[in-house]
Design a protein around this ligand. Structure first.
Ligand code: CMP
Length: 138
């Protein structure tokens, strides 16, 4: 069993898509072992996305991620990191495969509905950034 970290991003929450996305996550065999709705501060969003700090899109990304509440998740299943990335589809919804979450619900490369960890070390950092041990229930 592997854990990964996911976010339902502000525009998807705002458009009442969280229920559909959560249902799909469960249908695809993930167990939701941590879940909470939070409203990130600028500092918190910058810390979360620190690997992108030098990228030109960073200020816009931080502004967007602090524009409304998000739903943060810890997901568990075998091969969870890759399976969740496959289910989300490509970062840019225009390039995402049919039926993927970003294709279905993403608006553009910034407002792309969901986030997922890209590697085991990232998943570990991202889970611990949002959740403590008492908030995760396998
Ligand atoms: P996410 O998986 O959350 O990781 C970083 C985010 O930056 C990414 O999804 C996109 O929403 C956002 N982003 C905005 N512009 C770009 C870009 N040109 N390339 C990659 N990511 C981008």
């Amino acid at each position: 069993m592997e854990k990964t970290f996911a976010i339902i991003k502000p525009d998807a929450v705002e458009r009442n898509l969280a229920g559909k996305i959560l249902a799909r996550i469960e249908e695809e065999g993930f167990k939701i072992i941590g879940i909470k709705k939070i409203f990130l501060s600028k500092n918190e969003a910058e810390g979360f996305y620190h690997v992108h700090a030098e990228r030109p899109f960073f200020p816009d990304l931080v502004a967007y991620m602090t524009s409304g509440p998000v739903i943060s998740l810890v997901l568990e299943r075998e091969n969870a990191i890759k399976k969740w990335r496959d289910l989300m589809g490509a970062t840019n919804p225009e390039e995402a495969a049919e039926g993927t979450i970003r294709k279905l619900y993403g608006t553009n490369i910034e407002k792309n509905a969901t986030h997922g960890s890209d590697a085991p070390e990232t998943a570990k950092f991202e889970i611990s950034y949002f959740f403590n041990a008492l908030e995760i229930h396998p």
